[in-house]
Design a protein around this ligand. Structure first.
Ligand SMILES: NC(=O)c1ccc[n+]([C@@H]2O[C@H](COP(=O)([O-])OP(=O)(O)OC[C@H]3O[C@@H](n4cnc5c(N)ncnc54)[C@H](O)[C@@H]3O)[C@@H](O)[C@H]2O)c1
Length: 445
């Protein structure tokens, strides 16, 4: 089967590489020509464990091809996936310009009945709009006799574990337009997802709006869970409880579950912040208040200021102080810094007059671009030890495994002062940590 994927970012690239490894003939289209050239050389423009090795294998076997040419990309495609970005606009709604452009572009080259599968996270009603865009374009070419179905197949993988998650999804969701031939589409889906079907991964067929909403509901729920435990952590600090024990106790309750209950500095990344804003916007447009999601978003934003206040309370005025920040990506095992809480903390510290030193195993290059206006105030370091040099205070913002193995005595000796804010509680159980540092974890003493 020939599969074409439009948009070769975190989602499209992972999907393309794995589907080619599963034996499909894959073409990946992206309008970022530099990215396409990098990919043709077998280099992954994103860091994702295991991805580059499989990419190289698929290039070698000829199972995957990269292009910016829609004509070449769409030719002979049996199925076309849409995986372009849907970033937020200033009012929180989703920017659908990329998906509109991709839909128009692909329509110029369709020459047979086609199944279009939307992987991108899109507001309810968008898949119907995509179909209309495609049919309008086909009409201009006098080809509106073609049978085009647009289905919703939202992606739930986590960055940092994308390859594993793609191969081991909890479920596959397929939303089908009630006017389309459901049985025919189901047959196609079972062919495409044969590997998963054989693994008995549930494939849930539903209507378009339900599939679209299911994606937003999942992300909104997880965001609420994160804000909830962080709010409890702030209370915990005030009353002398231990949030890690609270989380453990809650997590043993199977009705609650133990995931997404680690207190920290809030949710970030390219999905939760944007998808919660989008659902608030969709709620507003449909006269639904969405007060629970609204509170989770507000608390997540406020949390950064609460933590800065905590730093100021313990360390004193940060103006002129040297502060080392460990971790820039929004979570470990990714280079993605979009909406990273660490980046927000860095900006706030600089605005307060701090001199900031940073180190992240993968997020440095993207941060240099993102914070180019702050470059006079940031020292980019080679490793955690250089980062800690002559510093007044260390802040651990992303729980990269290598930080857990760092030599604490060496770090302490390199620093000028010994304040350590562990916003990921990586060292909260370390017996010696409080002998070396003024140590402040989250939600406990
Ligand atoms: N990143 C995640 O963890 C994740 C998880 C689940 C769902 N999603 C959703 O998947 C979608 C893609 O997310 P992402 O993180 O991969 O985005 P991304 O920004 O990493 O990648 C999008 C890619 O699309 C390309 N593109 C944009 N317009 C194009 C066009 N007209 N033609 C061809 N290529 C075009 C861009 O150049 C870019 O390479 C979003 O809707 C997102 O919400 C993302």
């Amino acid at each position: 089967m020939n599969i074409t994927i439009i948009g070769t970012g975190y989602i499209g690239l992972v999907q393309g590489v794995i589907m080619s490894d599963l034996g499909f003939n894959v073409k990946c289209i992206d309008n970022d020509e530099e990215k396409i050239e990098t990919l043709k050389l077998g280099q992954s423009p994103i860091y994702e464990p295991g991805l580059e090795k499989t990419l190289k294998n698929s290039l070698k076997s000829g199972k995957i091809k990269f292009t910016s040419d829609y004509n070449f990309g769409i030719k002979n495609a049996d199925v076309i996936f849409l995986a372009v970005g849907t970033p937020p606009l200033a009012n929180g709604s989703s920017n659908l310009n990329y998906i509109t452009a991709a839909s128009k572009n692909l329509s110029q080259f369709l020459s047979k009945d086609s199944l279009i599968i939307t992987k991108s996270t899109v507001p309810m009603g968008t898949n119907k709009k995509i179909k209309k865009i495609i049919l309008d374009e086909l009409k201009k070419r006098n080809m509106d006799n073609l049978n085009v179905s647009v289905i919703s197949n939202p992606e739930f993988l986590r960055e940092g574990k994308a390859v594993y998650d793609f191969l081991n999804p909890d479920r596959i969701v397929v939303g089908i337009d009630e006017n389309d031939d459901k049985e025919k589409i189901k047959k196609e889906i079972y062919k495409i997802y044969d590997y998963f079907y054989k693994k008995e991964i549930p494939i849930i067929f539903t209507n378009l709006e339900t599939a679209e909403l299911a994606k937003y509901s999942s992300n909104a729920f997880l965001s609420v869970k994160i804000s909830f435990i962080n709010e409890m952590a702030m209370l915990s600090e005030k009353i002398g409880a231990n949030i890690e024990d609270v989380s453990k106790i809650m997590g043993f309750d199977h009705r609650i579950g133990n995931e997404f209950l680690n207190a920290g500095l809030g949710f970030g990344g390219s999905c939760f912040p944007k998808d919660t804003l989008a659902i608030l916007n969709i709620g507003k447009n449909n006269d639904c208040e969405m007060s629970i999601v609204n509170s989770a978003v507000k608390f997540n934003n406020d949390l950064k200021d609460i933590l800065i206040k905590k730093i100021k309370n313990k360390l004193g005025d940060v103006n002129g102080k040297t502060i080392s920040v460990l971790g820039l990506s929004f979570k470990p095992e990714t280079d993605d810094i979009r909406e990273s809480p660490a980046i927000k903390i860095v900006k706030k510290l600089i605005n307060l007059g701090a001199k900031v030193r940073v180190y992240c195993p993968q997020g440095m290059e993207k941060t240099k671009k993102e914070l180019k206006n702050y470059s006079n105030f940031i020292k980019y370091c080679e490793n955690e030890y250089e980062c800690a040099e002559n510093s007044d205070c260390l802040i651990l913002t992303t729980e990269w495994k290598q930080f857990g193995n760092m030599d604490l005595v060496k770090i302490k000796n390199i620093m000028k002062n010994n304040y350590f804010f562990d916003f990921r509680n990586m060292f909260s159980e370390n017996k010696n940590i409080r002998n070396y540092f003024h140590y402040y974890p989250i939600g406990r003493n």
